[in-house]
Design a protein around this ligand. Structure first.
Ligand code: NDP
Length: 264
């Protein structure tokens, strides 16, 4: 299936590992030029180089922290200089949390608010003007199944991802008249370094190995009985960014192996 993404300019936040990297590679495979942003400079430059080497498209690695407005503005300037605009924005940077509501302090709440919500607000302000000039665009936010079905150990994550889903809906309504389609992807269990980090912390408390912990999580939660690979999730992004999904607007798509326990 030709997704008509050749030559498109794409920016993936959190594109240096996990889901974001798989998404960036998938776009590059389709012939799109790709910018990836993340905090760890060495890793983001290295992965940008690898994508360029493998897919022979124009690739830009950007060291940035999406919780900082000035970093988003600098990223916009770099992308403008290299790509002369942007067609597709993927707001993907994010991470799990671990707290109770009683012990999570204000600073932590505000950090996750900036990471999962304000980053998407600010990238919209930064990149929508160039999309409008180009006659349209695509924005895809990575939220989580936890936006609808909370995990007990991460109330701050659940809450801020739920806010991101609502933000995506509001933005979709605001921008569809400009031919900019906004959608959200809610992954379930995707085996990425973020999960190994979580498993490392929680398995220690239970006295089991991280691998055993992850196997049990998959068996107990996902009816499919396993984690997704990042590549399985990434396929949805290229589809949602392509003209093949032209009537998909303001929706949330679950990729969760059947984990969501309600009809949504
Ligand atoms: P990873 O930890 O594997 O990757 C996270 C990416 O985001 C990295 O590139 C990281 O790079 C970057 N990042 C984190 N914080 C910042 C920041 N402040 N500024 C810029 N970049 C940042 O995570 P996943 O691939 O697992 O998750 C990707 C997204 O998918 C997240 O939003 C997550 O909440 C969501 N998700 C994941 C699920 C899963 O099972 N894996 C399930 C549901 C949702 P660096 O550290 O260098 O900044």
């Amino acid at each position: 299936m030709d997704l008509n993404l050749k030559g498109k300019k794409v920016f993936v936040t959190g594109g240096s590992v996990g889901i974001g990297l798989a998404v960036a590679r998938k776009f590059a495979e389709e012939g799109a030029d790709v910018a990836i942003g993340a905090r760890d400079k060495e890793r983001v430059y290295r992965e940008a180089g690898e994508i360029q080497k493998k897919f022979h498209v124009d690739v830009l690695g950007i060291q940035m922290d999406v919780t900082r407005l000035e970093d988003i503005e600098k990223a916009r300037d770099k992308i403008e200089k290299q790509f002369e605009g942007l067609d597709i924005l993927i707001n993907n940077a994010g991470t799990g949390s671990e707290e109770t509501i009683m012990d999570g302090d204000d600073r932590k709440w505000y950090y996750y608010w900036d990471l999962h919500v304000m980053a998407a607000v600010r990238t919209a302000r930064a990149f929508v003007p160039t999309m409008k000039k180009r006659g349209g665009g695509i924005i895809i936010n990575t939220a989580s199944i936890c936006a609808k079905q909370p995990l007990g150990y991460e109330p701050i994550y659940n809450t801020t991802k739920a806010a991101l889903v609502m933000f995506g809906k509001c933005l979709a309504n605001e921008l569809i008249g400009d031919n900019i389609r906004v959608n959200t992807v809610n992954p379930g269990l995707v085996l990425t370094p973020d999960w190994w980090k979580t498993a490392g912390i929680l398995s220690e408390r239970e006295g089991v190995s991280a691998q055993d912990y992850l196997d049990r999580v998959a068996e107990e939660n996902a009816p499919i009985g396993r984690f997704a690979t990042p590549e399985e999730v990434a396929d949805m992004y290229v589809f949602l960014a392509s003209p093949r999904s032209s009537y998909c607007v303001g929706s949330t798509y679950y990729i969760d192996g059947g984990w969501l326990k309600v009809v949504d």
